[in-house]
Design a protein. Structure first.
Lengths: 83, 160
């Protein structure tokens, strides 16, 4: 699946998007954040406060317990500040 | 011709270019006589943010989702109020104080629906549409922190 990062999450991870293949044991957004955080210092820094991070699956906002199976694109970003 | 209460054209644009409010209102109301009220809200880059002087603001967005999320909000506005047209334009890129950032136009037969729908759309845009602001000031650059007052403003539209 494709993963996208925005704003300071993007800056901390060090990339705007990538394709990942998490193991089947990673079922939810929350578990994906934990799996990504274990990859490197950069990811751990980006996701150091997981409760602050917002997520979207296929362009729709989701909660941290959302199931990621079947997702084409998952995005992680800070609370929005547009308008 | 569609009946006035079902004809609500919705325009959503995300662009770097500036917008002309008068022109957008003219586009919304042209060749229609059922519109009695147009409310216009424009968001402008401000020089003062929490006592710090802002030199410039950079707006980043999530292409694709931003348009879809705004569409979900305009769909809800159309279902909640008798509207005759909506225009939402959100600019992205780098802005100096005084420059336009966002425009929301709502058209209706009467003012109340137009006022309420414009406020509803702006409250939801601020908290749910995937845009992020980065500020440049004399002390450096940093991402704007979301305000709980914006969440509270959006929450008051939630149906009981």
């Amino acid at each position: 699946m494709k993963v996208k990062y925005f704003a300071w999450v993007r800056e901390r991870v060090g990339k705007a998007e990538e394709t990942i293949e998490p193991p089947a044991s990673v079922r939810t957004v929350e578990e994906l954040i934990a799996w990504l955080s274990a990859r490197s210092e950069a990811y751990a820094y980006a996701f150091e406060k997981p409760k602050v991070i917002r997520a979207a699956i296929d362009h729709a906002h989701v909660k941290s317990d959302a199931v990621i199976a079947g997702a084409r694109e998952i995005a992680f970003f800070p609370p929005m500040t547009g308008g | 011709m569609a009946s006035p209460d079902t004809a609500c054209p919705v325009t959503i644009r995300i662009q770097e270019a500036d917008f002309d409010i008068a022109r957008e209102i003219a586009v919304l109301t042209q060749s229609r006589t059922d519109i009695g009220a147009v409310v216009s809200f424009s968001g402008i880059c401000r020089a003062d943010e929490d006592s710090a002087k802002v030199a410039a603001l950079t707006l980043e967005h999530y292409p694709g989702m931003a348009e879809e999320e705004i569409r979900r909000h305009t769909d809800e506005a159309v279902s909640r109020w008798p509207l005759n047209g909506i225009t939402v334009i959100h600019r992205v890129g780098r802005f100096m104080p005084g420059q336009n950032i966002v425009l929301v136009l709502t058209a209706s037969q009467h003012r109340q629906a137009a006022f309420q729908a414009a406020e509803f759309l702006m409250d939801y845009l601020k908290t749910n549409a995937p845009f992020w602001k980065k500020e440049e000031s004399a002390t450096g650059t940093g991402w704007v922190v979301a305000h709980t007052r914006d969440d509270e403003a959006a929450a008051r539209w939630t149906k009981p």
